[in-house]
Write a protein that binds this ligand. Structure first.
Ligand code: MN
Length: 241
């Protein structure tokens, strides 16, 4: 018989902590937890640790993993040097997020990666990133919008026959956009689900996993206004049941 931890009424989602360099402290944006709660789950912010025993213990308590936004992914993860001072990293988060992703994929736990989360997934699984879009991939598309962040910054084309297309049922989607890095070479384990007009991969999934999705936009900023953001959180939380 499945234990309550395996099929709870409200799945428990491990939320990767954000890091504040000035305060030398973890912190959290309420939107991640609110988006999960509104979709019927309970988010729990993990401590910032790379201790394998602690991470295994924590993940055993959880039904899914949310890879949050935040610092740039260290180019070291994909074998490059930082191109300049615009690349601001948190190596401890890189190590923790990559370890948690590996544990979750080993257990086939649902994973949703948001912004840094999609980038981390891609880098940890063998892909590469644009380190700085304005210098490496200049375009007229506004990927780095100003507040408020619950507005549409650009459209993405949702690729047919992908889980995202099945979920939303349409070919285009207006998204917010607050990122200066992005997927460059896609990791072998990932497939694209959405492309920006300037050709960036803005959503991915791992076909070999039950639910392992990443999006480059920010449903945590837009879930109150935007039904597709709520649908994304709901698909994720439902997969965690
Ligand atoms: Mn974008």
């Amino acid at each position: 018989m499945p234990s309550p931890a395996q099929s709870p009424a409200r799945p428990v989602i491990a939320v990767m902590p954000l890091w504040d360099d000035d305060r030398q402290s973890i912190w959290m944006l309420p939107g991640y937890l609110d988006g999960i709660a509104e979709a019927g789950g309970t988010g729990i912010v993990l401590p910032l640790t790379t201790d394998p025993a602690a991470l295994a213990q924590l993940l055993a308590l959880c039904d899914g993993v949310l890879l949050t936004g935040g610092h740039d992914v260290s180019p070291a993860l994909y074998g490059q040097e930082p191109i300049g001072p615009s690349v601001v990293t948190c190596p401890l988060r890189d190590r923790m997020d990559a370890a948690v992703l590996r544990l979750a994929m080993d257990k086939d736990l649902p994973v949703l990666g948001i912004c840094r989360g999609i980038q981390l997934m891609n880098a940890a699984l063998g892909g590469t990133l644009w380190q700085d879009l304005p210098t490496q991939h200049p375009s007229s598309i506004d990927h780095h919008m100003t507040p408020p962040y619950d507005r549409v910054a650009h459209e993405v084309r949702i690729l047919p026959e992908t889980p995202l297309h099945h979920l939303l049922g349409h070919d285009t989607l207006g998204v917010n956009s607050y990122h200066h890095q992005a997927v460059r070479d896609l990791a072998p384990a990932l497939e694209p689900m959405a492309l920006s007009p300037d050709g960036l991969v803005e959503a991915v999934y791992a076909p070999n996993q039950r639910f392992c999705w990443g999006v480059q936009w920010h449903p945590e900023f837009s879930h109150e206004k935007d039904a597709s953001s709520r649908a994304l959180f709901r698909a994720f939380v439902d997969a965690c049941r």
